[in-house]
Design a binder for this molecule. Structure first.
Ligand code: AP5
Ligand code: ZN
Length: 214
């Protein structure tokens, strides 16, 4: 199954990707996690991406498209994948189409901007795995520690309220047009489009997702 997770920063893409990975055994391709790993490793890509990401802006389409094409060509993606945070612009979606990458489902998480700002303030992440927690809504078993490894959780650099507001503005301007793009793809019979109310609790959203994909 090939799935695109579409939604604003903090809409719950990473959280629901964890649920879907467990359920369908397909890998999560998170361009944000890939870029953060490159920054941590100090690669050339990481050096280029760091400032852009810290400012809440988008990394250039060329870089991202190359990154995703390479990842999708890997063996573990042959039975499907979850795209989390990609595509995020019309050129990225066009590049996928031109490369002949078909998707089965496009899932949109619709969440109010104010809810998002509140969520980002409490987000904690385990950088090595990409696992996501929230201090109130999805707390780890031990405060500040990842459930599986016991390693420290961190606050993302771009989760400051000012940066979150900038990321939201960029989402509305550059990524929201993909709602119409993939709705049109669904109308043409190329994929299924599912719009979910992402303002509800994590398990309620997961349950609806499961129902929609069955
Ligand atoms: P990326 O890492 O993709 O960030 P994002 O899209 O802004 O999304 P987030 O990861 O912030 O949110 P999410 O939807 O995964 O929410 P989460 O599940 O964590 O990208 C970062 C940066 O990289 C970009 O700004 C850009 O610079 C660059 N980049 C990445 N991809 C790119 C691309 N394709 N092109 C160009 N540049 C790119 O949840 C958030 C919080 O809420 C958590 O604490 C969670 O526990 C909690 N939560 C989740 N669901 C619920 C719920 N239902 N109820 C209550 N709390 C919830
Ligand atoms: Zn994420």
């Amino acid at each position: 199954m090939r799935i695109i997770l579409l939604g604003a920063p903090g809409a719950g893409k990473g959280t629901q990707a964890q649920f879907l990975m467990g359920k369908y055994g397909i890998p999560q391709i998170s361009t944000g996690d890939m870029l953060r790993a490159a920054i941590k490793a100090g690669t050339e890509l990481g050096l280029k991406a760091k400032q852009v990401m810290d400012e809440g802006k988008l990394v250039s389409d060329d870089i991202i498209i190359g990154l995703v094409k390479e990842r999708i060509a890997m063996d573990d993606c042959k039975d499907g994948f979850l795209l989390d945070g990609f595509p995020r612009t019309i050129p990225q979606a066009d590049a996928m189409k031109e490369a002949g990458v078909k998707v089965d489902h496009c899932i949109e998480f619709d969440v109010a901007d104010d809810v998002i700002v509140e969520r980002m303030g409490g987000r904690r992440v385990h950088p090595a795995s990409g696992r996501v927690y929230h201090v109130v809504y999805n707390p780890p078993k031990v405060e500040g520690k990842d459930d599986a490894t016991g390693e420290d959780l961190i606050v993302r650099e771009d989760d400051k309220e000012e940066t979150v507001r900038k990321r939201l503005a960029i989402y509305h301007e550059q990524t929201k047009p993909l709602v119409n793009y993939y709705s049109a793809e669904a109308d043409a019979g190329n994929c299924e489009y599912h719009k979910l109310d992402g303002n509800r609790p994590v398990d309620v959203v997961s349950a609806e997702l499961e129902e929609r994909l069955s």
